[in-house]
Design a protein around this ligand. Structure first.
Ligand code: NDP
Length: 485
């Protein structure tokens, strides 16, 4: 070994003689191609970015733990939930949805709320948002929806026409649009918002009995929001406001915490509930299915390296452990494919081997090779199954539980099309001041729409949710509620 610990080296470990002056023919140049240290330095720099996430590009992350505070073992056999007091390490990534990696934090947008539990039975990812519902309920609409949130192909500007055209033609979005335009559409910080699994999942106990569940993380910091004006001001002064807030709170020992609750629905209720409980544009009323406490999440450690931990963290709603299974929710079913696929493209086929994603549980399988396979790649162990050489074997007790399906294979919508009751219920639970701000936020955004046809169509939806709601938006826009309502 000729290099000492403090020597600057190339990426292949050789000492670097000069890192300030490139090698040139004479002191004026030109530069010589034989300066491979220069070539490597410039070439590696060009490759510093992996593709940013198409959605949820701007985010902040933190490490912490989850502690079980209530016995839910009669509902799920998931080992990390098996006893009160049990702690599981986790990593969380919060994010905005539509903006690019450098965009402002304090904008009106849902927030991603993704949690990776490093359980003894493998990783469990709970990849939700700060809202209990979503804009659409079938994954086939997702690329179109996101196009409307992104930039116009000619002007490269955000496009209110596209936003409201799509929403007005997709009335299932009304509930989420109402939440987004309400006070909770701009959280004061990532610490001051709730989190939701949003979809329905299935919990299965040791006897193989299942229940449908929905997750709610309730902030123990309390809900706090920014007004439209407050958010706009902060976006100019400090676009990284939420990122900085989370980092600094944890750095000074003010650890943010959330209580986790579930709503539990017996499997058979799904057939008779007053709407389809798998429809992610709906909440289950807490009067029908009250919140049941599960545990508490504490974030107590900042990442040591943003790129290695936050940017390379890969979450997927399909990253499940025994005792937790998907539901037929059509949006969830699409996400089971799309998230892992995004990571295979963005980070690589072996993304699960990176330190931030690697399970604490041992991994034994027959996957081999692929780009950036930086571990021992299974060495000389058996690389196919079935085999006679003692390779890892399946455990039938961990099969996903069977459930009956019926109907014809066809492209069909959910049976229930009431997009109005729950949006109206939310409007009616708001105070007068909250309603005024909701309407003002909507009017401020819809004023930018160039076609009256789009505005009138959307006003009809607000009116159907609650006549007062529709009338106030129409008045704010200087329009009348259309006759046909
Ligand atoms: P409940 O009274 O049982 O629940 C009301 C829920 O609304 C609580 O979770 C409460 O959360 C939340 N909430 C209160 N104020 C606001 C607000 N300003 N903005 C957004 N959410 C708020 O009634 P239902 O379960 O029958 O639901 C009524 C409406 O409440 C729904 O249509 C839905 O829009 C909204 N909602 C329902 C949720 C659910 O899981 N059922 C979850 C979130 C919202 P908090 O304790 O934090 O104030």
């Amino acid at each position: 070994m000729t290099t000492n610990k403090n020597n600057l080296t190339t990426s292949w470990g050789a000492p670097v003689g000069d890192n300030q002056n490139s090698m040139t023919a004479g002191s004026r140049g030109p530069t010589l191609i034989q300066d491979v240290h220069l070539l490597e330095k410039l070439a590696h720099f060009n490759r510093e970015r992996v593709p940013e996430r198409v959605v949820h590009a701007k985010g902040a992350g933190a490490h912490g733990y989850f502690e079980v505070t209530n016995d839910v073992s009669k509902y799920t056999k998931a080992k990390f939930l098996s006893e009160v007091g049990k702690r599981t390490p986790l990593f969380v990534r919060f994010s905005t949805v539509a903006g690019e990696n450098g965009s402002a934090d304090s904008v009106r947008d849902p927030r991603g709320f993704a949690v990776k539990f490093y359980t003894e039975e493998g990783n469990y990812d709970l990849v939700g948002n700060n809202t209990p519902v979503f804009f659409i309920r079938d994954a086939i609409k997702f690329p179109d929806f996101i196009h409307t949130q992104k930039r116009h192909p000619v002007t490269h500007l955000k496009n209110p026409d596209a936003v409201w055209d799509f929403w007005s033609l997709s009335p299932e979005s009304l509930h989420q649009v109402t939440i987004l335009m309400s006070d909770r559409g701009i959280p004061a910080t990532y610490r001051h918002m709730h989190g939701f699994g949003s979809h329905t999942f299935k919990w299965v106990n040791a006897e193989g009995e299942g229940v449908w569940i929905k997750y709610h993380f309730k902030t123990e910091q309390g809900i706090k929001n920014l007004t439209e004006e407050g958010g706009t001001k902060i976006a100019g002064e400090n676009p990284d406001y939420h990122t900085q807030d989370l980092y600094e709170a944890i750095e000074k020992g003010d650890f943010p915490t959330w209580k986790l609750y579930v709503q539990i629905m017996p499997l058979e209720d799904a057939d008779t509930y007053r709407f389809d409980p798998f429809d992610v544009t709906k909440v289950w009323s807490q009067k029908d299915y009250p919140l049941i406490e599960v545990g508490r999440m504490v974030l107590n450690r900042n990442p040591e390296n943003y790129f290695a931990e936050v940017e390379q963290a890969t979450f997927s709603p399909g990253t499940l452990v025994p005792g937790i299974e998907p539901s037929p929710d059509k949006m969830l079913q699409g996400r089971l494919f799309a998230y892992a696929d995004a990571h295979r493209y963005r980070v690589g086929a072996n993304h699960n081997s990176l330190p931030i994603n690697r399970p604490k549980a041992e991994v034994h399988n027959y996957q081999r090779d692929g780009q950036m396979r930086f571990d021992s790649n299974g060495g000389g162990s058996v690389y196919y199954e079935p085999n006679s050489f003692g390779g890892p074997q399946e455990s039938p007790e961990n099969k996903t539980t069977a459930y009956p399906v019926s109907g014809s294979a066809d492209s069909t919508a959910y049976d229930h099309n009431d997009h109005y009751t729950q949006a109206g219920d939310l409007y009616r639970l708001l105070s007068e001041e909250e309603r005024t701000r909701l309407v003002s936020n909507i009017v401020g955004s819809m004023k930018q729409v160039t076609k009256d046809e789009i505005k009138l169509r959307q006003i009809q939806h607000f009116y159907k949710a609650d006549p007062e709601y529709g009338t106030r938006v129409a008045e704010g826009l200087g329009l009348s509620v259309p006759q046909e309502v």
